[in-house]
Design a protein around this ligand. Structure first.
Ligand code: HAM
Length: 424
């Protein structure tokens, strides 16, 4: 016996019984983004590895240990994208989309990270992302946050809290970084291995530690907000004013630093307690230095990405997933002549009723078998065409979901109108 080949750990098939929920989510997100004036952009899944080293940052978890990188047949190092922002910036620079103009863009699709799989954390996962360019003020930060808040409402989601923080500009962050290195160096004996490693590469990430033994030490660390420069202070105050005015609740979390290196000024996350440890459903912020870092002219940037799987899991937990849409009619055809006439009829009906949901029996089968398939299809009605019906120019309409309702004979001449009236 040959061994069955399984999908790769942490990479999942999306089966038909959940695909409808994905479609519903995709539709809702793309409609909302279009309402706010965002345009879709589609980037390749593979990029040069260097893009993520320069874009996401050398000393991030993503670049250090989570990328799927390999050499292609030409010896060039390529990586499956772990996120969309770097690719989006690369595409904008490459195609001149940032010359003296603003952009509001969005994308969706699979991302790849070699993380330890668990509920809500996968190696192939999906994101919806939005990125804006050329808009330096807090107005766009607030718009992006308001857009996500409205999305939760449209999806019927509740209990997602917003945390915001400001990481300042590179100069104030560098000064703060020095303070942190001094502080944690003075307490080096209390640090765990991970934090010791980060002390000289990325000390801000120590603030983000999940290790409860370090909580007290981190709580007592210098607070970035006491060391923000006046420009960052004003930007952050502007954002808070806008959120207050819009009635969007938030919590300021001075320890929110995010796992990617490109952020400046605003960072934010939307977090739920209902998904266990992987409760961040959306994260984003401002990255004013990234375009330049990737070879473009200095350009303001701000965006977010949300995890599709996590949103769907939350919708399921909160009972806000839509019901699957079934077919309306299932055509049962008994006898060779009925099959031929039935298929011709079904194409005529589809032309007359463009949104008709009609599944035609295929592959033969007894009347009983076909009726079983009709039932399993979820159709509301079976349309039955047999020798008798054909002889009288009729078709039988049998309700499948309402045991009280009687079956009826409909004339073939007027069938499109009859079916239409059943749908409305
Ligand atoms: P991120 O925080 O790395 O940010 O990812 C954004 C969201 O993707 C997370 O909040 C989470 O919902 C989802 N996610 C991340 N990793 C996984 C995983 N392994 N399995 C399932 N879901 C996951 C970014 O990627 C930035 N590019 C966001 C951004 C856009 N910032 C500015 N613009």
């Amino acid at each position: 016996m040959l061994k069955n080949i399984q999908s790769i750990r942490g990479m999942h098939d999306i089966l038909p019984d959940v695909a409808f929920a994905w479609q519903h989510l995709e539709q809702t997100v793309s409609t909302l983004l279009a309402e706010y004036g965002y345009q879709e952009i589609r980037m390749p899944l593979l990029e040069q590895t260097e893009l993520f080293h320069r874009g996401v940052g050398e000393v991030t978890d993503i670049v250090e240990k989570e990328m799927y990188s390999f050499k292609d047949r030409n010896g060039e190092s390529l990586s499956l994208r772990p996120e969309g922002t770097a690719s989006c910036v690369r595409a904008c620079i490459q195609h001149g989309l940032l010359h003296n103009q603003q952009q509001r863009l969005w994308y969706s699709g699979p991302m790849f990270r070699y993380e330890r799989p668990q509920k809500g954390r996968y190696r192939q996962f999906h994101q919806f992302g939005a990125e804006t360019f050329g808009i330096p003020g807090p107005d766009i930060d607030a718009e992006l946050i308001a857009l996500t808040a409205r999305l939760w409402e449209r999806l019927g989601l509740a209990n997602i809290r917003l945390e915001i923080n400001s990481l300042g500009v590179p100069a104030s962050r560098a000064a703060y970084r020095r303070l942190l290195v001094d502080y944690f160096s003075a307490h080096a004996n209390q640090l765990d291995e991970d934090s010791k490693r980060r002390l000289h590469t990325n000390p801000l990430r120590i603030l983000d530690t999940k290790n409860p033994d370090l909580r007290a030490l981190v709580e007592a660390a210098p607070n970035l907000h006491d060391h923000l420069d006046p420009e960052s202070d004003a930007h952050f105050a502007g954002l808070r004013r806008l959120l207050d005015g819009m009635g969007i609740e938030y919590r300021i979390n001075p320890r929110l630093v995010r796992g990617l290196d490109y952020y400046t000024h605003t960072v934010f996350e939307w977090i739920t307690e209902e998904l266990g440890s992987q409760g961040t459903v959306c994260g984003g912020g401002r990255y004013d230095g990234l375009v330049e870092q990737l070879g473009g002219k200095p350009t303001a940037g701000c965006g977010f990405a949300m995890g599709t799987e996590r949103l769907l899991e939350l919708m399921q937990a909160q009972g806000s997933q839509p019901e699957p849409e079934n077919t309306d009619f299932y055509l049962v055809m008994a006898g060779e002549q009925a099959v031929e006439q039935g298929l011709i009829l079904s194409e005529r009906l589809r032309s007359a009723l463009p949104a008709l949901r009609l599944t035609c029996n295929a592959g033969g089968g007894s009347f009983k078998t076909q009726m079983k398939r009709a039932d399993k299809s979820g159709a509301l009605y079976a349309l039955i065409l047999g020798a008798d019906e054909l002889a009288h120019g009729q078709i039988t309409l049998k309700p499948l979901r309402d045991s009280e309702a009687e079956q009826q004979s409909l004339t073939l001449d007027n069938l499109a109108a009859e079916l239409q009236s059943r749908l409305s």
